[in-house]
Unconditional design. Sequence first.
Length: 94
Amino acid sequence: MNWFVKTNCFIFWKRCGLLLLPVALFCIPMNWVLTNNSICIIKNVTGHECWGCGITRAIFCLLHGQWNEALAFNKLVLVVFPVLIYLWIKEWLK
């Protein structure tokens, strides 16, 4: 196989993965995301939440259309979620 075929194959699978990522995240059950313990080192060591605590749960809530719950978990989701969408689109168009 030459370099061109390998590169096109990689680009194809990368785009497939990028397209399936939001679908896969949407398929993860909300109960599983909301009921698991935190893996945040700062929260586990000090007992206090950091600025990023709850952002994963907030993003999952936004993916499922639960805006109020997302803001309750972490208000920074209003900044992080659009940035993630921008990076996803930028990577897709690359």
